[in-house]
Design a binder for this molecule. Structure first.
Ligand code: URA
Length: 243
């Protein structure tokens, strides 16, 4: 039994339920409007209004993304990187954007950062193959791995919103500040401020943590990352227990 499982063994069902009903869980609404198991938001103009209605079918949504030319990144891509993992995944991980390995394979998080992420997730009993669906804020690689630009995020985020609606995971894990800021709607908050609490993206519990590539550069962040995974695991277990 790993250390993560030992930790969970010690948590009672009541403690787990207390986490879910904790005032730490505050739904931020969302930057990308949408409806995950909730009433549709009032008619507020959002970037989504400029998009044709996205299909409620995962395959059709993927096909639409694969043909997307909504931003400049479509011109330099080798492949659109839409998602990886089962449609009925318990957890959805949201990263930033594809890198070179992902651009050439069409699969998110297959490089060194992705392999590290897989190992860390498995230490809390979240095996990538059967439990985790992974997608990025941007579906196409920014040249030279530069940061995503605001207009690229605006153009691409409706796909992510629809993916979250369709997968309806028990919880979301945003890795890195671009995913964290987008899903919490807290553009001005640092990653440090977003970590360590349970947010909510339209009813889905959301934990924000470091990007695994940052852990490779700064190994001292591995411990806090792992603590964030414990929090995530607690939330997922509490969600199961309350059903
Ligand atoms: N980094 C990300 O944010 N996403 C990937 O798919 C790969 C690296």
């Amino acid at each position: 039994m790993g250390a993560g499982e030992l930790f969970l063994e010690r948590m009672t069902r009541a403690e787990a339920l207390a986490i879910l009903s904790s005032p730490r869980i505050a739904d931020a609404g969302s930057l990308v409007s949408g409806n995950v198991g909730a009433e549709p938001a009032a008619t507020v103009k959002t970037p989504d209004d400029q998009l044709p209605v996205l299909p409620d079918d995962h395959g059709a949504l993927r096909d639409m993304a694969l043909a997307c030319t909504r931003c400049r990144l479509s011109q330099g891509r080798t492949q659109v990187v839409f998602s990886d993992g089962p449609r009925d995944a318990r957890l959805m991980v949201v990263g930033e954007a594809p890198g070179a390995n992902e651009d050439s394979t069409g699969v998110p998080f297959v490089g060194a950062a992705g392999k590290y992420l897989d190992v860390l997730l498995s230490t809390v009993g979240l095996g990538r193959e059967d439990t985790v669906y992974i997608a990025n804020v941007l579906k196409c690689r920014p040249p030279g791995n530069r940061d995503p630009k605001p207009d690229e995020i605006e153009a691409c985020s409706p796909y992510l919103k629809k993916q979250i609606e369709l997968v309806r995971p028990e919880a979301l894990l945003a890795v890195g500040s671009f995913a964290g800021k987008l899903l919490t709607g807290r553009e001005k908050s640092s990653l440090g401020k977003l970590r360590g609490e349970v947010h909510s993206y339209l009813g889905v519990p959301l934990v924000v943590t470091y990007h695994p590539a940052a852990l490779l550069r700064n190994p001292r962040w591995t411990r806090p990352f792992w603590e964030d995974l414990q929090l995530l695991r607690d939330v997922m277990d509490a969600s199961r227990a309350s059903k």
